[in-house]
Design a protein around this ligand. Structure first.
Ligand code: IVH
Length: 623
């Protein structure tokens, strides 16, 4: 969730308006407050992978601090976050020291800034034409991958730049990253293989994979992820490599640290890219070579224009001096090289009106508030709804029906409301009051005062039943053709269908009573329901909607258990760690099963499904 730029933005605007008139004491106070705030956001971003604010707001805060520290050097401290590299070490992995420290990039936000970077290169190198490469700026997690004599031996996150988390086991699950460099290039010539090379790059989540994960989450009644970067970061820091393997992370290599022997280093960034390709490693296919400031700006804009067509998340472009000799000449500060500059694309933003705030009851009973919007174009698509996530989010932004709101593509992918244009608020508007009872079944809602999630605890709530049936019957689960949302709605509201087993007890007369037959369509539906009894075991497991068990985990479980009875027996055993040790399941999966089967009604559902004649087909089991 990335939002709430408006509050800090207003602060910044107010601040810059008075910046020139502030006293050293005020500057000192503000510097302290900014450092604390940035520290908090660094923790959320780098270590928890759950940022609360957009990158643009973060960067503005950092700039404000940088400006203040420049204007009031006395207020600056040796450890200012302006100069520091965000530390991503979690404490959950051994820390490994990089051979050569891992730097970040200087960032720019305007054409003027970027052109002045190029002008500085020309000035400092004393030449009229300076060749640069322009690369997409991948939005993921920085990584250093070490190959020793052509063999991948280690992968480490940036950490504090000096040393980072050793996430080798997780990175080894990325199929597109070969463990061995190719010794012979595709043209038959031998490839030079360095004794040791630290290849630097980015681990990211391809957009198709991000969409797949979110489709699964939505089908499972869970709130979709807002940003592929956070999913990539969260996944990379998982303790169980099998879970990492289930998420299709990818990697791109765009630079290097140590290179031994040093004499073998490439002489240009372009040559580096060629070598990576010849080694058969995932390199930067999509870069431009430019020789003037105009060419550079055209290339940067080109990436901005095309970024929606790319298969990976891109949040900007990076301009790098091509010649390594020139790079050495220009050197680096302690956090970024002087020969490269990132340009961040401006977020796409627009304004629209909230028609109404509606509440969706998910499969597990969690209520998600959704803003129904006056349709508006944003980033090439028409947006008419935006999730408000939870009640804390509504309270924080004070979003009300009738409000004119700022809509932004959070993470450049999913539209999010990031603020309210309070000046255009209707005079009669009132704060949104979260209901005390479920809007569908009127059961009193539950949720701790300090928890943002509010649930309808009624397992039989028609909204939950509908969602559970939708998920179960979907093509991703047991795939009952003809059982779409409208039919499910009719079965629940008019036919009194209360759960999954009821599907298998439906008779032609029941459908007829609901006006769904008799006729071909109801016969076809009954045949499809009957056929689904033979669906593969993993589809049933996934269809049960066990929290945290998506299709990947369901397949894993189906390989380990003979059938639904065995799964339930293992899940109902009182000691979840017992399951983990006997069956080799990850503790997270074991505890998900244990929690689910601890509920008597879940055990009843599975027993009834079995009693109804559900006999899932088995997929190949692990020997
Ligand atoms: S070069 C010494 N090239 O963006 C230069 N970085 O916001 C090191 N990034 O820390 C980085 N795409 O994690 C480089 N084509 C690219 C990049 C890239 C994404 C990341 C990298 C860097 C961050 C700065």
């Amino acid at each position: 969730m990335r939002n709430a730029w408006l509050g800090p933005l207003l602060l910044i605007l107010t601040f810059s308006a008075t910046a020139r008139g502030i006293t050293p004491q005020q500057a000192q106070d503000r510097v302290g407050a900014l450092r604390a705030e940035l520290g908090h956001h660094d923790d959320l971003y780098y270590r928890k992978a759950e940022p609360e604010i957009t990158d643009a707001v973060y960067d503005r805060l950092k700039r404000e601090l940088a400006d203040l520290e420049q204007a009031f050097p006395a207020a600056a401290a040796a450890t200012s976050p302006v100069e520091a590299i965000g530390d991503d070490r979690t404490g959950n992995f051994p820390v490994f020291r990089h051979r050569e420290s891992m730097l970040s990039l200087e960032k720019s936000y305007s054409e003027v800034e970027l052109r002045s970077f190029y002008a500085r290169l020309v000035r400092q190198l004393g030449r009229g034409d300076v060749t640069c490469v322009v690369e997409p700026k991948f939005d993921g997690v920085a990584i250093s991958v070490t190959y020793e004599r052509g063999r991948l031996i280690r992968a480490v996150t940036r950490g504090n730049g000096v040393g980072g988390d050793d996430v080798t086991a997780n990175v080894l699950t990325i199929r597109a990253l070969p463990r061995e460099m190719r010794r012979i290039a595709p043209d038959g010539s031998p490839n030079p293989i360095p004794d040791v090379v630290e290849l630097r790059g980015e681990i990211y989540l391809p957009l198709a994979e991000f969409a797949r994960i979110n489709r699964e989450r939505e089908a499972a009644g869970e709130v979709p992820y807002a940003h592929p970067r956070n999913v990539a970061a969260g996944t990379l820091k998982q303790l169980d490599p099998e879970e990492v393997a289930g998420r299709g992370l990818a990697i791109v290599l765009y630079g290097w640290g140590a290179w031994e022997p040093a004499a073998m280093q490439p002489e240009s960034q372009q040559e580096f890219h060629r070598r990576v390709n010849r080694w058969g490693l995932p390199g930067m296919g999509n870069y431009r070579t430019v020789r003037t400031a105009d060419e550079m700006w055209t290339a940067v804009q080109g990436f901005g224009r095309d970024r929606r067509k790319l298969a990976y998340p891109v949040d900007g472009a990076v301009v790098k001096l091509d010649a390594v000799a020139g790079q050495r000449e220009l050197g680096a500060s302690d956090h970024a090289p002087h020969w490269a500059m990132a340009y961040k694309f401006p977020p796409e933003r627009t304004e629209t009106r909230v028609k109404v705030i509606s509440l969706q009851v998910g499969r597990t009973g969690v209520l998600t508030p959704v803003a129904e919007l006056a349709p508006v174009k944003l980033g090439g698509a028409t947006v008419s709804r935006a999730s408000l996530h939870n009640r804390a989010e509504i309270a924080r932004l004070d979003i009300r029906a009738g409000d004119q709101v700022y809509l932004e593509k959070a993470g450049e992918i999913i539209p999010a409301i990031v603020g309210v244009n309070v000046a255009r608020r209707p005079t009669e508007s009132r704060p949104f009051v979260f209901p005390m009872v479920c809007p569908v079944c009127q059961t009193a809602l539950v949720g701790e005062a300090d928890e943002s999630a509010v649930r309808c605890p009624n397992d039989g709530c028609p909204a939950q039943v509908r969602r559970r049936l939708q998920h179960f019957a979907s093509a991703a689960c047991v795939n009952i053709a003809g059982l779409g949302p409208a039919t499910i709605d009719a079965l629940v509201t008019r036919g009194g269908l209360k759960g999954l087993p009821g599907l298998y007890r439906l008779r032609r007369e029941d459908l007829a009573k609901m006006g769904l037959g008799p006729g071909n369509s109801s016969d076809r539906l009954l045949a499809a329901i009957e056929r689904s009894k033979q669906a593969e075991l993993w589809r049933f497991i996934y269809g049960l909607g066990i929290p945290r068990v998506g299709s990947v985990a369901a397949k894993e479980l189906a390989r380990r258990f003979d059938g639904l009875e065995a799964l339930m027996a293992a899940g109902a055993s009182p000691d979840s760690t017992g399951i983990a040790s006997t069956d080799g399941l990850s503790p997270a999966l074991a505890s998900a099963l244990a929690t689910f089967f601890a509920e008597p009604q879940n055990r009843t559902v599975v027993s009834e499904l079995i009693a109804c004649g559900v006999r899932p087909g088995q997929v190949a089991r692990r020997p």
